[in-house]
Design a protein around this ligand. Sequence first.
Ligand code: MN3
Length: 208
Amino acid sequence: MFTKPTLTYAYDALEPHIDARTMDIHYNKHHQGYTDKLNKAIKDTHYEEMSIEELLAQVSEAGKAVRNNGGGYYNHSLFWSILSPEGGGEPHSDIGGAIEHTFGSYDDFRKVFKETALNRFGSGWAWLSVNEAGDLFISSTPNQDNPMMDVVDRRGIPILGVDVWEHAYYLKYQNRRAEYVDAFFKVIDWEEVNRRFQEAKIEMEATA
Ligand code: MN3
């Protein structure tokens, strides 16, 4: 049985960037829905014995319900963890250096990441991930797919992601996805992204 991680901040803690009502509905209805449907889909199957990471890595063999809800479960768990009321600003430490090294500067990174989020037609996600060489890359996936899955073009371990489904921003921003993505940058918890970056590099080295 998978359970949602507990939020470490209040629904209104990310105001004015992400509004309390959106947080409440997104966490309690959407994320809960993915979690419940995932648990239902894997009940009495061998997927019950797996971690979510193991499951996603071989999701091509699973049905649609496991792919969509397994992705929805994982993606939202990651999303809440990389947001913080104390977030925003420019990344420093290791992740700051790696972003500068890969994209030229933080501003250049932000530009490409934002474009990737805006160019995702319909519902999906934009990601910053670590590939098997330990390098950063930006990608986008439709629906609830993510770079962990064995069905995507560019595989890696995501360390930052933005949900661009309309349910993530419509109440406050309506169709203005660009404004929402700008606001998202103001609440990114770079310390958590850096922690995930370290973990992902160790994981990739271990599997290389
Ligand atoms: Mn969502």
